[in-house]
Design a protein around this ligand. Structure first.
Ligand SMILES: Cc1cc2nc3c(=O)[nH]c(=O)nc-3n(C[C@H](O)[C@H](O)[C@H](O)COP(=O)(O)OP(=O)(O)OC[C@H]3O[C@@H](n4cnc5c(N)ncnc54)[C@H](O)[C@@H]3O)c2cc1C
Length: 401
């Protein structure tokens, strides 16, 4: 199967990324491996170890210096204004290398999303600029213990008092909550509108909860509490709106990013499975000569190829719509379809690769079980698989209300 990169814009990003990933980024990772060998990757409290966080920051910075950390951000804010379609191929290129550390070259939930395009002047200076340079990280705090899929029922409130906002509420399951220097908090104003408020870690009334260890065992998820937490009125991304407009920019960007990530990781898993199926022998033959093994691999490749082609087309359509300001029902369904297809494709590929490797597939050292756990995780954050199906059904005029 051919996995060509179809546009000049995408090829440009991929051709810049390859040498950076295999050169300076790989060197920094090798150096870290040498210097930290034997050190645990988690602190005693379950949080990601300091040495891994330092590596992550160094890789972020290499990406930022090369303009590849957040190329989706507009040129006015220091990005390249790259299309989602081109970003898909950049992400694929990065994730073809698995989870060795190269993935940190790209901004993720801890970096800039399309919400930064509506930052106030103050927020650009104090938040977006250092975020684009990867000097700080952020977190997106929307989910609450009583409000997940049904996010608009959230109870975190932001009231005006004098020249400040005062935030009160509790968020949980927030990625990078233990480390973010400035958190993007979704809250309801006293007028019943939804806004995204920027809360620096030293704001009075801000506190972090203990680690909520997930299936990924990565020490990066925790709760956050805001108790009469005061921030200046203009530390915001956009104006409060009756609709969930600004947070949806983050959520839809998260869905779009799944395309390149999942296809890249699926190919990483299947390439490994294919190689192993050709060399591993059982009953005096390579295991790939058994039809059950061969067909699992070929089916998963077929699905990966089809998912890649479909995501390319959907992202191309999204790029020519108005995806951030007022996405229509068709655009929202396209984002949902990208997320669903990409995650399902990766889950199958990761499962097949673990199966083909037999017992070795379940060893931590093989790396495939890690991808499998991430793949399983992906179907919940950023909107569950059920919520994506509901979005598609709604675009078809079903499930009204
Ligand atoms: C590792 C990880 C990282 C995360 N990172 C972040 C983050 O950075 N920021 C953040 O804000 N949140 C984050 N989350 C939270 C995540 O977005 C929520 O867990 C998710 O939106 C689901 O919400 P919930 O857990 O409350 O489940 P619920 O909303 O309670 O859903 C439970 C089940 O009911 C189903 N369901 C609910 N409503 C419907 C419906 N209308 N139709 C059909 N089925 C339905 C769901 O699909 C699900 O299967 C993270 C979660 C995890 C696990």
């Amino acid at each position: 199967m051919r996995f060509d990169v179809p546009t000049a814009e995408a090829r440009g990003l991929v051709e810049e990324a390859g040498p950076l990933l295999d050169g300076p980024v790989a060197e920094v990772i090798q150096e870290h491996k040498r210097d930290s060998s034997g050190e645990p990757s988690l602190e005693p409290d379950g949080s990601l170890a300091g040495h891994v966080r330092r590596l992550k920051r160094r890789v972020h910075r290499l990406g930022a210096e090369a303009g590849l950390y957040a190329p989706h951000v507009s040129e006015a804010l220091g990005g390249r204004g790259s299309s989602l379609r081109a970003c898909m191929y950049l992400h694929e290129e990065v994730f073809l290398r698995g989870f060795g550390g190269q993935q940190w070259m790209l901004s993720w939930t801890d970096g800039p999303s399309p919400m930064v395009e509506v930052a106030t002047e103050r927020a650009v200076q104090e938040f977006v600029d250092p975020l684009m340079r990867a000097e700080i990280t952020t977190a997106f705090a929307q989910t609450e213990p009583e409000a997940g899929s049904d996010a608009t029922s959230m109870s975190t409130v932001a009231g005006r008092s004098g020249g400040d906002w005062t935030l009160t509420g509790h968020k949980h399951l927030i990625t990078n909550a233990p480390f973010a220097e400035i958190v993007q908090v979704v809250a309801r104003t006293d007028e019943g509108k939804f806004g995204v408020f920027l809360v620096p870690e030293d704001a009075p009334g801000f506190s972090r909860g203990p680690i909520q260890q997930t299936i990924m065992d990565d020490g990066q998820t925790a709760s956050l509490t805001f108790e009469d937490c005061r921030i200046p009125l203009d530390m915001m991304l956009g104006e409060p709106q009756e609709k969930f407009g600004v947070p949806m920019r983050w959520i839809n960007w998260t869905k779009a990013r799944r395309a390149g990530m999942c296809v890249g990781l699926a190919r990483y898993c299947l390439d490994k499975a294919l190689e192993y199926a050709k060399e591993r022998e059982a009953f005096g033959r390579p295991i790939g000569s058994f039809e059950q093994v061969a067909l699992q691999i070929s089916e998963a490749y077929r699905r990966t190829w089809a998912t890649r082609a479909a995501c390319d087309r959907l992202l191309e359509e999204i790029d020519v719509s108005d995806p951030w300001e007022k996405p229509d029902a068709g655009t929202r369904a396209n984002f949902a379809a990208v997320k669903l297809m990409a995650e399902e494709c990766l889950l199958e590929a990761a499962d097949v690769s673990v199966q083909v490797f037999g017992g070795l597939g379940l060893l931590k050292s093989t790396g495939l079980e890690h991808v499998y756990r991430v793949a399983r995780n992906l179907r919940i954050p950023g909107g569950t698989a059920e919520i994506q199906r509901r979005e598609i059904a709604r675009s078809l005029g079903l499930l009204k209300g």
